[in-house]
Design a protein around this ligand. Structure first.
Ligand code: ADE
Ligand code: ZN
Length: 329
């Protein structure tokens, strides 16, 4: 077995952020939408720094205008993801990008996405689940719309609620209403924090939003008391090292705190975040962890077991995926 074929679980993958640039460029061409400025001369996504990344991301979403476009996106994303041994992925989907937050429209997009996911599971052996995700810089009112979509369409495919976007837009408590609504509907919760914000942002997120997982969370490393709290509460971090390096949240791979977090007893998992934006794949992430920290098969097995335990799918799915992670004789 190679690093690429090793079965993997990925918990932190933005749906539109996983769109291959060629797919988005092709769709834009079909619709006569001019987004040439978001691509560099090699056809890759072009941006510098986090703010511009978010702008490029949103511009890349503009050709995605119908349920059929998201059906095609689902197949394109899962084909790429499955190539790297991922057998189970959770993806952040935003009703904001699927019909502007309208519940009726969102149901049609969801139907198209889950139909494509079903076909990919049959053809490629990869299982996908969705986490409805509010976009923080769209503000607390729009987040309520996303939470309402989550509460209304929770089911076999939609298994969680979360929030991404510009971390420094407001404080976690501004979004508590939305997280409460999703929690009351029975959905488990995750939220980006401690990617750009400090340890205080992570602790406020845990206190005010009641999450069981944190997206990134790497800046928790600066506060030993917070690390103890994370360990005691069993909160799982969705760490995306390649994303952190490319966006400049950390200077380089060697200074990434993933090993320190693990040594402190924190439950960590590894994901790609927005793979084509960061020129990464799950294989590349594992390869860099092997090269930087000397991690090997046993370390990767623990990562995947942690991720499967923390996954928001039902237990029948968890049992099915567990079999795929078992070492082959
Ligand atoms: N949306 C897509 N990628 C993101 C990231 N790394 N941080 C916050 N929001 C995002
Ligand atoms: Zn993310």
């Amino acid at each position: 077995m190679t690093l690429q074929t090793m079965p993997k679980v990925e918990l932190h993958l933005h749906f539109e952020g996983a769109a291959p640039p060629k797919f988005i460029a092709g769709l834009a061409r079909e619709k006569n939408i001019d987004i040439a400025k978001i691509f560099d001369e090699n056809g890759d996504y072009a941006y510098q720094g986090f703010e511009e990344f978010l702008n490029t991301y949103e511009a890349a979403c503009t050709p995605l205008q119908s349920p059929q476009d998201f059906y095609r996106l689902t197949l394109a994303v899962l084909e790429e993801t499955a190539k790297h041994g991922v057998v189970y992925a959770e993806t952040f989907v935003s009703p904001d990008f699927c019909g502007g937050g309208d519940l009726g429209a969102w149901r049609e997009y969801l139907d198209a996405i889950s139909r494509a996911a079903h076909e990919a599971e049959r053809d490629l052996g990869i299982t996908l689940r969705g986490i409805i995700t509010a976009i923080r810089h769209f503000g607390p009112e729009q987040a309520k719309t996303a939470a309402r979509c989550a509460a209304e369409t929770k089911g076999d495919f939609i298994v969680g609620f979360g929030m991404a976007g510009a971390e420094m837009a407001g404080r976690p408590k501004d979004y508590a209403y939305s997280f409460d609504m999703a929690r009351e509907a029975g959905l488990p919760l995750t939220c980006h924090a401690g990617e750009w914000g400090g340890a205080d942002m992570v602790s406020d997120t845990i206190r005010d939003l009641g999450v069981s997982r944190i997206g990134h969370g790497i800046n928790a490393v600066h506060d030993p008391n917070l690390l103890t709290e994370i360990v005691e509460k069993g909160i799982v971090l969705e760490v995306c090292p390649g994303s952190n390096v490319v966006l400049g949240a950390v200077p380089d791979w060697t200074s990434h705190p993933i090993e320190k977090l693990r040594d402190a007893g924190v439950q960590i998992t590894v994901s790609t975040d927005d793979p084509p934006f960061f020129h990464t794949t799950m294989t590349y992430e594992y390869d860099m962890l092997a090269k930087t920290f000397g991690w090997g098969a046993d370390d990767f097995a623990v990562l995947n077991q942690t991720a499967l335990r923390a996954a928001y799918c039902d237990d029948a799915t968890r049992t099915k995926i567990a079999k795929k992670l078992e070492p082959t004789p």
